[in-house]
Design a protein around this ligand. Structure first.
Ligand code: ATP
Length: 245
């Protein structure tokens, strides 16, 4: 669809095009369209901008990823459609492994996401290959034994609540990006970036590059001061403030 740049919903419509293209290419599931719609609704309510609560979470996420020993960036079909280049860049600068993990089971879609990331510059992309997470009864119990299964910190944007909880129960530190502060994922992650991944990921990359000059003590201190519950509450306050103007 051709959308004039002057259209007030230009960015939102272009982002929809990316998700629709993702479905056409076979990297995003049809259910991903619905998840995107839920995200859009919350984006509206937070003013379609990166708020202070997101910046604070991005700072904690940057510190956590730099301090991690075996960090992994987990990629699903929506994230791969929206920000593939940025996910590859993020994995390179940390550095972290890239692993595909999708909710609706499909070996073919996993391979398509992997090839899509390779086209965007990734050298290696892991696929789930071992039954790893316990007490979770669908495709997401699988993980790669050299990736998520053996990781200490996982960056999992747009994750579902069960898997986020399962990752936590398996001792992982979880960073997510989720526009809905009320989702189970948002509530169970260690760090919840309440922002659109299309906006947040570039800021996260910038912050990591900036924090590379800091020593471990400074980074640890940033994590110590971080309070995810406060961040969720700040986001809810922002939503409550939405009113007619
Ligand atoms: P949960 O299982 O965590 O309670 P859910 O069932 O709503 O939540 P899913 O449908 O699995 O979760 O995932 C969609 C989530 O991703 C939603 O919370 C939605 O707000 C969020 N989301 C969708 N698109 C984006 C986006 N572009 N950026 C950030 N978050 C998004």
């Amino acid at each position: 669809m051709t959308v004039p740049k002057s259209h007030p919903r230009y960015i939102s419509l272009k982002t929809r095009d990316l998700i629709v293209d993702g479905v056409k290419k076979g990297i995003t599931s049809e259910h991903g369209l619905i998840a995107h719609g839920r995200g859009e609704a919350f984006d509206y309510l937070i003013g379609e901008k990166t708020n202070k609560f997101a910046v604070e979470a991005i700072e904690a996420a940057a510190a956590l990823l730099l301090l991690a020993k075996r960090p992994v960036v987990s990629v699903n079909g929506n994230a791969a459609a929206l920000v593939p280049k940025e996910l590859v860049k993020l994995s390179k600068i940390i550095p972290a492994k890239l692993e595909v993990n999708i909710f609706h089971s499909s070996k073919m879609r996993e391979r398509k996401i992997k090839n899509h990331l390779i086209k965007k510059g990734a050298k290696e992309v892991l696929l789930p290959n071992t039954e790893y997470l316990k007490k979770i009864d669908h495709n997401r119990r699988f993980a790669n034994k050299d990736g998520i299964a053996n990781s200490d910190v996982v960056f999992v944007p747009l994750e579902d609540g069960d898997r986020c909880e399962a990752l936590r129960n398996n001792g992982k530190k979880v960073i997510t990006v989720d526009l809905n502060p009320l989702s189970r994922t948002a509530k169970s992650a260690n760090v919840t970036i309440i922002d659109n991944i299309s906006r947040a990921i570039s800021l996260l990359i910038k912050k990591i590059n900036h924090y590379k000059k800091y020593n471990g003590r400074i980074l640890k201190n940033k994590i110590k001061k971080y309070d995810n519950k406060k961040i969720l509450n700040d986001a809810l306050e922002r939503i409550k403030m939405s009113e007619f103007s």
